[in-house]
Design a protein. Sequence first.
Length: 239
Amino acid sequence: MKRFDRLDALRGLAIVWMALYHFAFDLNHFGLLQPRQDPNGDPVWIVNRTLILGLFLFCAGLGQAVAIESGQGWPRFRRRWAQVAGCALLVSVGSWLVFPRSWIAFGVLHALCVMLLLGRLLVPWRGWLWPLAALAIALPLLWRHPIFDSPWLSWVGLVTRKPVTEDYVPLLPWLGVLLAGVAAGQWVLAGRRQALAGPLPRALQPLAALGRWSLSFYMLHQPVFFGLLIAWTRWRAMP
């Protein structure tokens, strides 16, 4: 399948932004960011997290549109989906070991597994994707119910209170962002293909290379950050 360097670079930008956010989060976790921050309450942290996640999922939607347009069949989709699902399981296990009281049951990769499958099934609904995206984004703002506060249903997103977890990416409203990416990708590929397939300046090629390995980078960067910061804090504590 032909690579779309501009799309890869956009995904790479999301990855770099995410890594900077996580590094700042980890510095704060280890008490190395002074004064201590409140990532769950400070608007700056919340806005950055929302924009990073939105960009990442929008790129995933664009990628689905490109994959379908390029003739990607279900066997290749299933292989990629299985990779994401396996990584989601590893995230859950790893977070349980580090944060047993707030482990990640339904984070970005868990949500992406569900969204990719739904996005793939909804791709033929070209005329409905924008309305469905708008509905998915608007529904949690219009209606919530305590029944969805259950650990078994909180993944839907219609909760009245956020679950205690290190990462929570519910299906609603975030499915709407991915579907918007699919719809935007179809619109671009229909007559504005160069917006995604055009040449990329040499200076941005590293971003494109990073974007092609986004899942691997996502899985490795936090263990590396944690390892380095643990080593640093222990070295500082040595007499």
